[in-house]
Design a binder for this molecule. Structure first.
Ligand SMILES: O=C(CO)COP(=O)(O)O
Length: 120
């Protein structure tokens, strides 16, 4: 089964929720994990179940990075907020880097997220 990570910064969470609702049928075929608050919102506001890691600022990005290092993820949709600095920027950079190390598909905006779920 395809295993995907779903992550969004606060300003982007509404976009991710809309995206997940729009693609609910496809995503229902996938095993989903997410950072803490993103996962909570998706569990409450969509029909899908997302396994929750820690919240991003508390290490959730690193937990998802660890799954990539174990080659246990097929793709990451990470709607970052490009207009605000995050306190855990080093963790975010590490997550993006480990995706490249393992050649794991990574989408950081809605247009690429649509391509990703068609392709994984
Ligand atoms: O900060 C995040 C990713 O860097 C997302 O974390 P939350 O889903 O807990 O808000």
């Amino acid at each position: 089964m395809t295993r995907l990570a779903l992550i969004a910064h606060d300003e982007k969470k509404p976009d991710l929720i809309k995206f997940v609702r729009r693609h609910e049928e496809r995503l229902a075929e996938c095993d989903l994990i997410g950072t803490g608050t993103t996962g909570k919102r998706l569990n409450e506001e969509t029909g899908l179940t997302v396994e929750r890691m820690a919240s991003g600022p508390l290490g959730g990005d690193m937990m998802i990075g660890a799954e990539i290092a174990k080659e246990a993820l097929d793709g990451v949709i990470f709607l970052r907020d490009p207009l605000r600095a995050q306190p855990h920027e080093p963790d975010i950079t590490a997550l993006l880097r480990i995706c490249d190390v393992h050649d794991t598909p990574l989408a950081t905006n809605l247009a690429s997220a649509s391509c990703l779920i068609e392709g994984v």
